[in-house]
Structure formats: structure tokens, C-alpha cells
Design a protein around this ligand. Sequence first.
Ligand code: HEM
Length: 488
Amino acid sequence: WRNPRCNGKLPPGSMGFPLLGETLQFFSRNTTNDIAPFLKERMKRYGPVFKTSIVGQPVIVLTDPDLNHFVFLQEGQLFQSWYPDTFTKILGRQNVGSLHGFMFKYLKNMVLSLFGPESLKKMLPEVERTACRRLQRWSIQETVELKEATAAMIFDLTAKKLISYDQDNAPQNLRENFVAFIKGLLSFPLDIPGTAYHKCLQGRKNAMKLLKNLLNERRAMPGKSRSDFFDFVLEELQKEGTILTEEIALDLMFLLLFASFETTSMALTLAVKFLSDDPSVLKKLCEEHEKILRNRENTDSGLTWKEYKSMTYTFQFINETVRLANIAPVIFRKAIREIHFKGYTIPAGWAIMVCPSAVHLNPAKYKDPLTFNPSRWEGVEINGATKNFMAFGGGMRFCVGADFAKVQMAVFLHCLVTKYRWEPIKGGNILRTPGLQLPDGFHIWLMEKTGMKVIARDSKGMEKKKTQVYHSAQQKATGISLTQHHHK
Ligand code: HEM
């Protein structure tokens, strides 16, 4: 195991113990915003490219911006998506990668049209209504566990858009099943009743059943077109010679819902934490949004697309948030054939670990990389991925929901800073395990519970409601409190 066969020279690095490889070191927690110690130590010892072995799989780790970018660009040519077996097992699929291939070739345009600029333009008022309503609700609550609350908000909106699912009036709770699924993803794989792993499998099963019922209900009641994912699937399934099956369609549905709410809620939670930590950033963001309101003829009219597009500092703020959030700190691929580069050989079948976190925190690319500084994006046009920015992936697999995520974040921040103020109560620190990757490329990491105390504020910025009770249920729960105010 120590010297795997190779028709050339493998990069430096250690293959660890037999079978176990360096799995344990890889999965050890990183409680900082910095590059995971697993990567940092090895980058120091071996340089930007090294070999290792994780979950029984030989892996080449790439931490250099150019090489990472190269892998994204070679998708389908030299590399393809790959997921560790534990995930394919949870999903009950032999090869989630091929499901992705399918999604890519066949349904990507559909997803893009659902979350493309034209749809987002139409969706804007609803996104704003949703954010305002949630914040209002939070402001009469004692405190809010922020990560959970934003995840609920985003899940409900996405499910409504994708499958016209109304969480408030549905007989069964689709979101609960997703929550059970996510909680168990980091657990020990012991499938007996009561364990998180068991609940994860059950959550996945129940969610799939629910999605299937919803699809069947839709099939039984064709009626008016809602122009959502289900309409598209039903139309496609009826086509002669289609390669789409109901099973694949439901799988994709599950992945899309999952891909959208964990990621965006994580980013929003960190955004609020960064704002809480830096009053000068908050001041600048407030100024941008209050100016939008000031320039309006009618202060109560909703956000327009033009106003959204004018949020220059907000986009810098969002870029900086996702750069530091590193929601996908590493992304896996597999070498389709033998690859030679820089004097090294990557044997066919080896996994490749692309490391966006190493790129985003590289001091040669970002001055003081651990400092949250939205202004570093001033004048930088970012629509998609670059060699130095890959928070949403890159190449052909670039995130299809990136624009949707940005709309949701910007609109939420608009409502938050123009109508509320808040106090962090506790926490919000990141506890991540860098190695766990889910279909769609997201790493699951744990975050200390975060909470908000929400207070309404009046036209003079004075507190309207004095509700300041700590969210109690979670031992680790933490809070941020919000105060509502009306724009002067
Ligand atoms: C802040 C929020 C988000 C972040 C940081 C993020 C990040 C990413 C990354 C890094 C990838 C590339 C994975 C890879 O190369 O293997 C990706 C792909 C993807 N994302 Fe996002 N994402 C976010 C929001 C969303 C949302 C809201 C949706 C759904 C509407 C979504 C749907 C997808 C899908 C379906 C793919 C796979 C695309 C493909 O394989 O071609 N994401 N995302």
C-alpha cells in the first residue's frame, strides 16, 4: 500500500496505514476559518501537490490555483465527478456520479431556466416577501437559532419554486425529513433504530416517498401549468424515447432541494456573523440599502431588479462571505485516464481532491486572507469562476444555483439591515470536517448553533418590543438578537 503501482512518478506524500490510510487525520475537525490542518501540514511538507489515501481510496490532493482550475476545465475529458462510497450507499445508488452526468446533459437547462436571470427577476417580489415575513416572525420570537431559521426559510421558498410545495399547508413535513437526513450524514454508519445514521436513512426514504406522492398527485391533476420542475418532468416522461425515468427525476429533485438550502443558509448565517463582528462593514452595507430606499418615490414599494443590480457593495460582501465560508472546502473528482503533469503521474482511477479553501486562503492571491474585507472585491467583475475564486465550483459543473443563492442573500440582507438591528448572543463558530462530501459537491460541516434575538425598532431606531429570551433547547445554542426599525 505504501508504494502503489504507477507508470511514472507519483507526487510526494504518505499513504498512511493499510486500508485506513490517512482517513482519521483527514476527518479531524477544523475549528478555524483557516485551511484545514490536514492540508496545511502536508502543503508545508510536500508542496502544493501530494498523494494520500482516504476511505480506502488513493487520492491526489491539489492545492494550487492553476491546477484546481485546470481540473474544473477538464471535466468529462480527463476527470469526472466522484463521491465516496458512504454517500452512494446512503443514497441507495451505485453511481451518483453518473446521475450527475445525466443531470448535466439532460436537465441542466431546465434547472438553469428555473433559476436563471429571467425567472429570478420574476421571483424577486416573492423572495422579498418571504424574507420580510420571516424576519417579522423572528422579531416577535425570543431568540432565533439562525442557521436553522435561515435553512427553513430557504427550504420553503425553494420547495415552493421547484415543486409548488407549500410547507405551511402540507399534511406532512418534507423539510423535517431533510433535516433528519442531514443530521445523520456525519454519523457513524450503524443502521439500528435510534441512531442518527438510521434516522438519516429513514429521512431520505420518507422524503423520497413524499416526493413520489407529490409527483403522483400532480399526475392525477394535470390542470393548470405551474411551470415548475414537476411539470417539466411529467412532460418529459410522456415523450417517446425519453431516457428520463421517474426514479432519476425524484433523485434529482432530492439533490436540488438538498443542494440549495444547506449551502445558502450556511452562507447567510456566516454573513450575519461577519456583519456582527465588523461595525464598519455593517455601516457601509446599511448605507447602500438605505440609499436604495431614499431614492424611491414610494418607500413601501418592493425591490426592483434595477435596485437589486445596483447593490455593488452587497455583492462584494457576498463574494467575501463565500470566499471565507468555503462551503465546499474540497471537491472530489476521479482521473478518467492516466495523467502526466509537472513530472508527476496520476494513475487512472485515482481520486483527485480539488481544494477551493486552499485557493481562497492563499496569501499570495488574497492579502491577509483570513481578514473579512469585502472591499478587496472593489472593481472586480465576478460572474462565474476564476482561477482564484471557486466558491461555486468551476467549468462545466459550475453551481446552477449561484445566482439564486445571491438573490436570496442580497434580498435577505436588504430586509435585515433596513428594518432590524440585532445582537449576537453566542456562537456561530465553525466546526468543520473537511472531508465529507455530498452529491452536488457540498461538504457537510457542523456549525455551533447560532441564534438571533429579534427586536423591532421604530422610526427613531428605538426598540419596539422587548423580547430578549434565550433560545433554550440546545445546549450549545447561541443567539443573535434583532431589533426592527422603520426606515426614517
Ligand atoms: C451559497 C450557496 C451555494 C454554494 C456555495 C454552492 C456551491 C457549489 C459548488 C462548489 C458546486 C460544484 C460542485 C462540483 O464541482 O462537484 C455546486 C454545484 C451545484 N449546485 Fe450549488 N452552491 C450554492 C447554492 C446552490 C443552490 C441555491 C442550488 C439550487 C437551486 C444549487 C444547486 C447546485 C447543483 C444542482 C450543482 C451541480 C451542478 C452540476 O453538477 O452540473 N447550489 N454548487
